[in-house]
Design a protein around this ligand. Sequence first.
Ligand SMILES: Cc1cc2nc3c(=O)[nH]c(=O)nc-3n(C[C@H](O)[C@H](O)[C@H](O)COP(=O)(O)O)c2cc1C
Length: 163
Amino acid sequence: MKKLAKNTVLCLQPVPQTIVSCRDKEGRNNALVVGFTANVSLDPVMVMVGIVPTRYSHHMVKETGSFVINLPKKNFMKEYDYLGSRSGRDEDKFAALNLQWTDATYVNAPILTDCPVSIECSVVESTQPGSHELFIGKVEAVHVDEEYLDEKGNILWSKMDLL
Ligand SMILES: Cc1cc2nc3c(=O)[nH]c(=O)nc-3n(C[C@H](O)[C@H](O)[C@H](O)COP(=O)(O)O)c2cc1C
């Protein structure tokens, strides 16, 4: 017999495990762990990330209208934990972790090159119905490590050892 849960927080599972990288208007890079991510449109392709306004990354996404969603592999657990618990307000997390990165091609944000998939997004709109501001991003490009693409450019998700 079903009963009602008293704690309904995060009732939709599993929560995606992603790292969102971004940059402020002075060019400083930062990244944080974001579980509130979703596909929101097939045509044009759009996704969403939810960021709490008190996160240091929040003003960066606001300023540049850009973010990158990086999908980490299991061997990136140490970096994932760090990026999800420390704030760019207190330190340069890229320097602390010696993160490997490159500029995104179409948006003003860094790509984490150790992640097999990085999704470049430009913000088309945002809304804040609750705790998180939901940034809806048009997908400008999806970078994938060559070994995880077939000859037609399809992503071979099952080959990836994602977190
Ligand atoms: C598993 C996990 C999921 C998280 N999901 C989110 C999220 O969806 N949105 C958010 O704003 N913060 C989320 N956080 C918290 C931020 O990653 C964390 O507060 C981070 O230190 C913020 O970094 P910043 O201040 O440099 O932006 C999550 C943390 C963890 C560990």
